[in-house]
Design a protein around this ligand. Sequence first.
Ligand SMILES: Nc1nc2c(c(=O)[nH]1)N[C@H]1C(S)=C(S)[C@@H](COP(=O)(O)OP(=O)(O)OC[C@H]3O[C@@H](n4cnc5c(=O)[nH]c(N)nc54)[C@H](O)[C@@H]3O)O[C@H]1N2
Ligand SMILES: Nc1nc2c(c(=O)[nH]1)N[C@H]1C(S)=C(S)[C@@H](COP(=O)(O)OP(=O)(O)OC[C@H]3O[C@@H](n4cnc5c(=O)[nH]c(N)nc54)[C@H](O)[C@@H]3O)O[C@H]1N2
Ligand code: SF4
Ligand SMILES: [Mo]
Length: 689
Amino acid sequence: MDSWHNSVCPHDCPSACALEVEKLAAGRIGRVRGSKHNPYTDGVICAKVSRYAERAHHPARLTRPLRRTSSKSGNGAAFEPIGWEQALDLVSEKFTAASGRFGAESVWPYYYGGTMGLVQRDGIMRLVSAMGYSGLHKTICVQIAYDGWGAGAGALLGADGREMAHSDLIVLWGCNAAATQINAMTHISKARKRGAKLVVIDPYRNATAKVADLHLAPRPGSDGALACAVMHLLFKNGHADRDYLAEYSDDAGRLERHLQSRGPEWAAAITGIEAARIAEFAEVYGATRKSYIRLGIGFSRSRNGAVNVHAVSCLPVVTGAWQYRGGGALLATSDSFRLDERLIQGPAPAANGARMLDMSLIGPILCNDRTALKGGPPVKAMLIQNTNPMLVAPELAAVKRGFERDDLFVCVHEQFMTETAQMADVILPATMFVEHDDLYRSYGHTFLQVGEKVVDAPGECRSNHEVIAALAARLAGARREDFAGFQLSALQLVDETLERSGYPPRRAFTRGHFTDCAPPFESAHFLDGFHWPDKKFRFAPDWAAIGPYARGMPALPDHWDVIDNPSPEHPLRLVAAPARGYLNSTFTQSPSSVRHQKCPQLQINPAAAKRFGIEDRRPVVVGNRRGSVTVTARYAEKTQADTVVVEGIWPASAFPEGVGINLLIDSTPVAPNGGAAFHDTAVWVKAAE
Ligand SMILES: Nc1nc2c(c(=O)[nH]1)N[C@H]1C(S)=C(S)[C@@H](COP(=O)(O)OP(=O)(O)OC[C@H]3O[C@@H](n4cnc5c(=O)[nH]c(N)nc54)[C@H](O)[C@@H]3O)O[C@H]1N2
Ligand SMILES: Nc1nc2c(c(=O)[nH]1)N[C@H]1C(S)=C(S)[C@@H](COP(=O)(O)OP(=O)(O)OC[C@H]3O[C@@H](n4cnc5c(=O)[nH]c(N)nc54)[C@H](O)[C@@H]3O)O[C@H]1N2
Ligand code: SF4
Ligand SMILES: [Mo]
C-alpha cells in the first residue's frame, strides 16, 4: 500500500473527489482511484481522472518557459525556450512599464478554476491586491445560479448530497449528473434501490435523462414557467404546507394569487411540455415528502437564468419538503466552509479601490470597449493562470481580436499549449495537482481536503504559488511585507489558513486527508431560518440589491421572456453543454477522452433535421450573426424540436474554422449581476456543402 497516496481531484467539478494516487517512481504516477474512506466519494470517480497518467505524462506537456518569436495575427505561433529568471524578469518589466504609463489598472490578472485548490487558484488575488491591478468579477460559471438561489434562501447551503440516499423522489433539474458529477449518481442509486424515483428536467436526452424514470424536456430558458405551473398545482391540489409557509416564507398568499394565471396550459405553451406531463410531475412532487431537488448550474446559463433558478428553489418551500431528511434541495454547499482566506488572497481587490473587470466580457474588454473597461485605462498586460479564455469565453471573435493586439503583453502559465497559450508573449510551464500541495473545499459536498505533492514535476514546471511569489519578489517591493502569504510555502499556507479558520490541523484530519464541515441538519435545511433578518425565504426577491442589471426582472417567480427566442432567420436554439469525456477545456489532449467523445456533434431532433435537409452523421454548419462552425449532425430523438445541442468544449482545432463553439455565444451580462448565457443562443443550421 506504500505506493498509494491520498490526493484530491483539483478540477472544477462539484464532486471534488477524494483520490488515491499510485506512485510508480519519483516522477511517475500509475493508477488513480476514488477513496472508499470518504463517504461522499465512496470509491467512485470518473473515467477521465482514473486515467490521469495519460494527462500527467503526456508528451505535449509544457516543461520549459517559452518566449514568442512570431507575430500574433499570422498562422502558426512560434516560440523559443528561455530561462525562468529571464522569463520572470520580462513579465515584471512589462507589468511595470504598463503600470507606469497607463496606471496599475492596465494590468489584468485573469484566472479561474483549472485547479480548485485554494492556494494555487487564489494566490494570484494576493498579487492583484498588493499591486492595485484590475480585479476580476468572476462571472463565467456559477454567478447566475448563485444569484438566483441566494435571492430566495440567502445562503449557499442545502440538504447534504448524501441525504439523497434517503429520498423517495430525486429531481435533477438542469444537471447532467451522470456526466458532470458522477458521485451524485452514486447516492441516487442507493435511493433507487429502495424504490425512489428519479426525474430529470433537461432539454435533451443526455446521459442522465436516459436512466431517469421520468424525463421532462423543456425548451431552454423556460424553467421559470415550468416551476410556476408546478407551484400553481401544488397550491390548488392541497400539496402546499401552509403552516410551514406561514413560518418560513415572506408572502405565500401573494405568490398563490400571482400563480392563479400560471397553470399547466400556460406553461405548456412556453415549455413545450404537455400540460398532462406537467401535472403528472407536480402530483408526484407534491405527494412525496422526502423530495430532493438537485439544481444544476446548466439551467442558469440563460438570460433569465437567475429568475429560473430562484423559481425552482421555491418548490421545496411551498411543499415544506425542507423539514424532512432526504427532502429539500441543493445547489451548492459552498457556505458550509468557514475559511479565513486572507492569508492566501490578501484583502479583496475592491477593497483597495481598483476596478473589477467582468471576466465574461474579456472580448469587449480586450477590444477596448469603454463600458466594459468601466471608463478606466485599456488592458495592456495580463497574467493568465487556470483558464483558457480563447476557447471557453463567450464572443470568441472579439476575444481573438483582442489577443491579437500587438500592444497587449500576455503571460500564460499552463500545463499545455492551449488556444490561449498560443496567443502569449511568454509561456510558463505549470505543475499538476499531484506535483504540488493544496487545500480543497467543494461546491457539491462538505469535505475540506488536503492534497499533498505525490511526485516530482517534469522538466522545469513550477506551481502557481511559486510563480506568484517570484513575481511579487520582483514587483511588490516593501508592500510584500504586508502580505505574509508571499513568504510562506504552499503547505505552510494550508496549515496557517486552517489554524486561522479554527479548523483542526492537517494531521488531525481523517487519514490526514479530509474533515467533514457539514452544518447540522437544522442549518442545512434552514429550519433555523433562511439567511435574512426576518429568517423568511423570499418569494419576492430584492433583485436590485444583488447587481446592476436587475431592471425589468419580475417581482415574483415567472417566465421572464428575455431569452434569444427562435426567429425565422434563427429557427433553432443551441445548448452548448459540457461533455462527459472532457472537463471544460481540459482532457482534450487525453487519448481515451478524445476516443470517447469522437468529434464535435450537433444533436438534433430527426424531424427538425429533415426540415433543414440535414442527414444523420453528415457535416452540418451551425451559425448566427456572430459566425458559424461546422460539426457532425447526430439525430437525437426526444430532444425538443427547436433545440439543438453541441456537447463540448472541443478544442478550436476540432473545427474546420479553427475556432470553438463559443464563437456563437453572446457576452452581454446576464441579470442581475453578470454571467454568460452559454445555453441561450438562437441559431440557423444547414447541411455543409
Ligand atoms: N460552450 C460552453 N462554454 C463554457 C461552458 C459551457 O458549459 N459551454 N462552461 C463555462 C464554465 S462553467 C466554466 S467554469 C469555464 C471553464 O473553462 P476553463 O476555465 O478553461 O476551465 P478548465 O478546462 O477547467 O481549466 C483551464 C485550464 O487550467 C489549466 N490548469 C489546470 N491546473 C492548473 C494549475 O495548477 N496551474 C495552471 N497555471 N494552470 C492549470 C488547464 O491546463 C486548463 O487549460 O468554461 C465556460 N465555458
Ligand atoms: N464531464 C464534465 N464534468 C464537468 C464539466 C465538464 O465540462 N465535463 N464541467 C464542470 C463545471 S465547470 C461545471 S460548472 C459543472 C456544470 O455542470 P451542470 O450543473 O450539470 O451544468 P451544465 O453541464 O452546464 O448543464 C447541465 C444540463 O443543463 C441542461 N440545460 C441547459 N439549458 C437548460 C435549461 O434552460 N433548462 C434546463 N432544465 N436544463 C438546461 C443541459 O442540457 C445539460 O444537460 O460541471 C462540472 N463537471
Ligand atoms: S472530475 Fe469530478 S468526478 Fe472526476 S474525479 Fe474529478 S471531482 Fe471526481
Ligand atoms: Mo463551471
